[in-house]
Design a protein around this ligand. Structure first.
Ligand code: NAD
Length: 257
């Protein structure tokens, strides 16, 4: 393979969940810019459509799909719509996720809330892998990228549901790499603090200052910083890499406490 082809996604079809905003939007645009047809799947159709329109305005191919990743009818419909539009699936970016960062003290949340974080961050990923894998195997080529977090290894108060669900993603990634090889690679990206709407809801100037004192590269992340790691795992350049978690965090540790 020529060095020029190592980052090419020509003739590949990618699904990006939560693709309508933040890291998912940047990843959708990045994959499309390198040649993939991208299915932008999001809870909010308006956001998904906006990103699909951006991709098409830049000469790429995209489809917006409304999808709640915790709903199995939606998950199955997402696969059907992707196959109908583009005829296959090669890349799955399991990006949709969240939790109540900094608000998950066991004194404040109940077990149903804890379980819902796992429904969103863990079970939805496992199920979407299960649904996509047969199509990737049929194509003889697949790359799954799961969105973890630095929270998966940090230790902080009031974040036990989110943090443990992201830690579960890391270990699930390593194990699914064994289930799905050799045709399919499974990796994860672990962002540090990245400037998105999700972060803005919890970031204060004081917290940002404290984060930067522990960050060698002296800035918070931008969505494109994470999209670069997603591209690496999606593309042939990482063809002998599976079961790994790549932390993208400016070399440091950013926590909310
Ligand atoms: N921003 C950060 O600092 C940061 C750090 C570590 C990890 N992450 C992870 O990155 C991922 C994306 O986060 P972000 O900061 O870009 O968030 P964001 O809020 O900017 O965007 C999230 C997108 O996901 C969509 N979404 C939410 N729930 C959904 C569901 N059930 N089904 C489908 N779509 C859904 C939203 O509509 C939105 O478009 C998450 O998994 C998050 O945990 C973010």
């Amino acid at each position: 393979m020529s060095p020029n082809d190592l980052l090419s996604l020509k003739n590949k079809v990618a699904i990006v969940t939560g693709g309508g905003n933040g890291i998912g939007r940047a990843s959708s645009l990045m994959l499309a810019a390198h040649g993939a047809s991208v299915v932008v799947a999001d809870l909010k159709m308006k956001n998904a459509t906006r990103v699909a329109d951006e991709i098409e305005a830049q000469g790429g191919r995209a489809l917006a799909v409304t999808c709640n990743v915790t709903d199995d009818d939606d998950r199955r419909a997402l696969i059907d719509k992707t196959l109908e539009a583009f005829g296959g699936i090669h890349i799955l970016v399991n990006n949709a996720g969240g939790g109540g960062a900094g608000k998950e003290s066991p004194d404040d949340i109940d077990v149903e809330r804890f379980a819902s974080v796992f429904e969103l961050n863990v079970f939805s990923i496992w199920r979407l892998c299960q649904l996509c894998a047969p199509h990737m195997r049929k194509a003889g080529d697949g790359s799954i990228i799961n969105m973890s977090s630095m929270s998966s290894v940090n230790r902080s108060p009031a974040i036990s549901a989110y943090a443990s669900s992201k830690a579960a993603i890391n270990h699930m990634t390593a194990n699914l790499a064994h289930d799905y090889g050799p045709e399919i690679r499974v990796n994860a990206v672990g962002p540090g603090a990245v400037r998105t709407d999700a972060l803005a809801s919890v970031l204060t100037p004081e917290i940002e200052k404290a984060m930067l004192t522990h960050t060698p590269l002296e800035r918070l992340g931008e969505p494109d910083d994470i999209a670069g790691a997603v591209l690496y795992f999606a593309a042939p350049i990482s063809r002998w890499v599976s079961g790994q978690v790549l932390f993208v965090n400016g070399g440091g540790v950013q926590t909310l406490d």
